[in-house]
Ligand binder design. Structure first.
Ligand code: ARG
Length: 487
């Protein structure tokens, strides 16, 4: 292989690095090159190339530490850092690309460095291994991308909160078992989703504290005999500390598994919201209309408008759960420390990140633009005798035991069903037939607005509580978005 000055560049692999034969980081003790089938199985550069910016970042920090240790002169450090900068620019511009023969991101970048620096490029590998490098790169990548994900969650929460604000007095039926249960404020239901997403974000931030540990300096597994400074590297890379155990640092991927759990649960929350939107948009509900920009049509039925965004949000949760299962299964039973199985950690992690970054903006846009049919919701809010509990609670306030009140109102519901009437349609005489406690004044609670306003204890659906909740959530989401933006 030749660098840009035309000098021969050292190559540990047996290839000549002119593009005809692969460059390997481990050729020294081998007689010939690997079998094609092994090379094809082993290669990861097609998916780990996205770690290149993080690998370069870690390389810069490592170069400084080698200099501090007296292993690179000031001049060599200068050359090394500008070659790394140049390589980064070339990667960004797409001028430097991984080659088919590059086993992984580390191999490709070392080739790039050798092309720029000749023999000097080979000095950077001192004191580090791909084992501590890959563990570091993946942590750096994830800490960055978790912040992107949190920003996208905040946009979805903002869209939900805007709809909640517009529906802070919109009355709707609330469900248990998908059956009308008690009336609620529609904004209260929308905010329930915002709370779930806020906990997802809290979990990711909590995850970040445990992920903020730098493996670099652990070498292959036992640290290095060279006078490196893992703490200085950790600080330069934005970690809180360096790993206290080199074996743990290269062997474990709990940070990746924990991220995947957080991603899967976020996916499950998205799927529940997706399912609600599918229901609400159906002909049977007609609670909302999805904007044309977030709906799809049918290739055969001209009248169709389908909630595909919501369905994909629901469907994609399957792969997020799969990503978690995949990594946990890979990790199970692995002996310490590094095993090549660990190369399988990256695709599920990347898939989860890509999936969330794809789904979240689409769901946020769908929520922001949907139109709520408030009168339709209000018209059905008390269907199914949804104020029966309010009536029973009124009897309790009049001194009747709840057990008896429950019985009385149950009989009243049967009376209504038999006579095809609603609770509010009953005459004084009819009420009295069912129970002496059902005096004419009980009709006072059969008004839906009154029933909702009465649920004013903390956490309840009364409009005044929903407004307070919205204010508190706005503060929380602002703070979370600020964290993601690096505030
Ligand atoms: N591509 C490898 C991975 O993703 C990098 C570490 C390889 N280490 C090794 N000893 N072969 O895990």
């Amino acid at each position: 292989m030749r660098n840009k000055e035309g000098e021969n560049v050292a190559d540990e692999g047996r290839g000549d690095n002119t593009g005809r034969a692969p460059m390997r980081l481990w050729g020294g003790r081998f007689e010939g090159g690997p079998a094609d089938a092994l090379a094809r199985l082993s290669v990861s550069v097609q998916f780990d190339w996205r770690l290149a910016p993080y690998d370069l970042m870690a390389s810069r920090a490592h170069a400084r530490v080698l200099h501090k240790a007296g292993l690179l002169s000031a001049d060599e450090l200068g050359q090394m850092l500008s070659a790394l900068d140049d390589l980064e620019q070339s990667c960004k511009a797409g001028d430097f690309r991984p080659a088919v023969a590059d086993e992984d991101v580390h191999t490709a970048l070392e080739r790039g460095l050798l092309e720029r620096l000749g023999t000097l490029g080979g000095k950077l590998r001192a004191g580090r291994s791909r084992n501590d490098q890959i563990a570091t790169d993946l942590r750096l990548y994830l800490r960055d991308h978790v912040r992107l994900i949190v920003s996208r969650v905040a946009e979805l929460q903002t869209a939900l909160m805007a709809q909640a604000e517009a529906n802070v007095t919109t009355v709707a039926p609330g469900f248990t078992h998908l059956q009308h249960a008690q009336p609620i404020i529609f904004g209260h239901q929308l905010l329930a989703h915002v709370h779930a997403f806020a906990r997802d974000v809290d979990r990711l931030r909590d995850w970040d504290k445990r992920a903020a540990v730098s493996p670099l300096g652990s070498g292959a597994l036992a640290g290095s005999s060279l006078p490196l400074d893992p703490e200085a590297v950790a600080t330069e890379l934005g970690f809180d500390s360096a790993a206290p155990n080199s074996m743990d640092a290269v062997a474990d991927r709990d940070f990746a598994a924990e991220f995947l759990f957080d991603a899967a649960l976020l996916g499950v929350h998205l799927s529940r919201l997706g399912e609600e939107v599918v229901l609400w948009a159906s002909q049977e509900f007609r609670w909302i209309e999805i904007d044309d920009t977030y709906a799809t049509g049918s290739s055969i039925m001209p009248q169709k408008k389908n909630p595909d965004v919501a369905e994909l949000a629901r469907g994609k949760s399957g792969r997020l759960i799969g990503d978690l299962m995949s990594l946990l299964t890979t990790l199970k039973g692995l002996p310490l420390t590094y095993n090549r199985d660990l190369q399988e950690d990256k695709e599920p992690v990347f898939d989860a990140v890509d999936t969330l970054l794809l789904v979240l903006p689409a769901v946020a846009g769908m929520i922001a633009t949907l139109r709520v049919n408030a009168s339709r919701m209000a018209a059905v809010a008390t269907d199914g005798f949804a104020l029966a509990t309010d009536l029973a609670e009124l009897l309790v306030r009049k001194g009747v035991a709840f057990r008896d009140a429950h019985e009385i109102v149950g009989q009243l519901v049967v009376f209504c069903q038999v006579n095809d009437k609603d609770l509010g349609d009953l005459s004084d005489a009819e009420l009295a037939t069912v129970s002496e406690h059902l005096t004419p004044d009980v009709r006072g609670v059969l008004d839906v607005e009154g029933a909702l306003a009465a649920r004013r204890a903390y956490g309840g659906t009364a409009p005044e509580r929903v407004r307070e909740q919205l204010g508190a959530l706005r503060t929380k989401v602002d703070e979370q978005a600020g964290w993601a933006a690096g505030a």
